[in-house]
Design a protein around this ligand. Sequence first.
Ligand code: DOR
Ligand code: ZN
Length: 467
Amino acid sequence: MIKMIWDHVIKNGYIYNGTDFIKGNLYINDGKIAAISENELEGEAKKTTDANEKYVLPGFIDTHVHSRDPGATYKEDFYYSTQAAAAGGVTTVFEMPNTNPPINNVENLYKQKDNLTPKAHVDFGIWGICLGDLNRNEILPLHEAGVIGFKFFWGYAINSETFQLAYNYKDGDEGVIPPLPDGEVYDIFKEVEKTGQILAIHAENNEIIQRLTKQVEDSGRRDYEALLEGRPNLAEEMTIQSGIAMAKKLGTRLHILHVSTGEGVKLVRQSQAEGYPITSETCPHFLFLSNEDYEKVGPQMKVYPPVKYKKDQDELWRGIQDGTVSIVCSDHAPHTEEEKDGDLWSIPAGMCGVETLAPLLLNAVSEGKITLKQVCDLLSENPAKQYGIYPNKGSLAVGTDADITIVDMNAEMIIKRENLHSKSKVTAFDQFPVKGVPAATIVRGVTVMEEGQIVSEPIGQMIKPIK
Ligand code: DOR
Ligand code: ZN
């Protein structure tokens, strides 16, 4: 009889099978999950890991990451951001398309694949960007070429040469293409619908923000409450409302990025109840912070859309409990320490997040806010299903990619900025204590992180949705 040889056996874990956690062993061969068994299987293991009653979960997916690569690699790059991902238990990231050049056509998509692959410590999908009439004809080719979805920064002006987002655009600024009129947005919805892929929107109404921000600025106020008065809940609500109306009319698979308001959750819930395929995500900063934390955390927590009020946080948690919000992702958007070290008004929006996403959610399990199964849904199964990469990603089914996150629910850690693997150390969660820590990250059978250390060269590959 031929003796079975296993590449890697993970013993004595609580293995997630999509429903329950089964005490047993998981066997890996050729980068795939070869078997899961409550009993020990015959054969020899090249590598054995004693999970010692830790949890063995489908690898986590962070669907919203800005690695700034290429274009602003002084802030972050893919070599660093994917080490941060692996350190945080993330086996796949979806890279956002507001790079320079942006991912606005197939040529730039292929260049981006070649740029990211040698730096990738984890697998990755690449978003395509919607620039309205400027690249409407590129949407179908980008779909054919394998983008993970389409992103539209609704309400943003863009630099007319580089197509970069103009963060603090004011009416009349030169060198920019102003935010698109609704008719052009409608055609984006129409074009993306033809692909059957997700259209993900940044939802903030530019006209409301411009006018109300000017009013608070003119009054001389520069405090956090003033920022929120200038970028009110209404700004998010109005854009989500328009997006839902267009998606209902056209059948587009609309996804609302980083929902920050209770109003947003309610609109998504209602459209889902009516039977429309509209989905939403939120981020740890909206779940674990509110305006009340600004005094303690300071300008580091500035992000767009901004962190709102306690009542919004509560509704976001309700959205998670009832499934309205099906994905939690980081919106990892680093800026340098120097860039973030200024007054609230002038500093850029965004912070690190890919490394703290899973620890913060695991800590929520320890606190009884959600279950570990919900974490598997929010970070693995739901994103994989939504973006067409399930069950190869997002499950531990036999025959699929051995993307695995082992978590130690007894381990305690204090999140410290200096320990982050990103180039930038800007986080709103410095000194935040967590219970529940990723102990190992395995990507297609390769152990990339063990006990917090990155132990592999870049082995990540680009993934495409299954057509
Ligand atoms: O805070 C943010 N930062 N919000 C965005 O929409 C973009 C992001 C970035 O790329 O800096
Ligand atoms: Zn983002």
